[in-house]
Design a protein around this ligand. Structure first.
Ligand code: DQA
Length: 149
């Protein structure tokens, strides 16, 4: 079913270095490749996506605040801010939009510091460990959420 909805796909710090950064963990795809794959899936699903990346916590917070009136849902890989940022958690709460959290790696198989996420508690659900395919799964989930709500 094609639905007309706009989804903010947010990427946090160091995700601009995909392809170069620890490829044994994050794979060889670049962020541009990932965006292209997301755009293709979004078109199939009838979603419009706004795909962004920032290394700055405050910029991510501002974009989430703006999403409240500009988008219908948020897919977020907050990178390391996942494990530290109460500010991003608060912004996601005030946005009052469905949130799908995604991580390329399986954060639970990694160092203990990565096992806690401030985002999971305010998200509809979380997908991790499937590499770039996780973003496509997140968009599938978002389409279901927006179609049902
Ligand atoms: C990540 C996992 C985080 O722990 C890490 O800090 C990242 C990427 C992932 O996609 O697997 O930057 O969010």
């Amino acid at each position: 079913m094609a639905i007309d909805a706009s989804v903010l796909v947010l990427n946090g710090p160091n995700l601009n270095m995909l392809g170069v950064r620890e490829p044994h963990i994050y794979g060889s795809l670049t962020l541009d490749d990932l965006e292209a794959a997301c755009q293709e899936r979004a078109e199939q699903l009838g979603l419009t996506i706004d795909f962004r990346q920032s290394n700055h916590e405050g910029e991510l917070v501002t974009w989430i605040q703006q999403a409240r009136t500009e988008h219908d849902g948020i897919v977020i890989n907050a990178g390391a801010y996942t494990h530290t940022s109460v500010a991003i958690m608060d912004a996601l709460i005030l946005a009052e939009l469905p949130v799908v959290e995604v991580h390329l790696s399986n954060i639970f198989k990694r160092e203990p510091v990565r096992h806690h996420s401030y985002i999971t508690g305010v998200a509809k659900g979380m997908i991790c460990g499937f590499g770039p395919h996780g973003y496509l799964l997140a968009l599938d989930a978002m389409q279901r959420i927006l179609g049902r709500d």
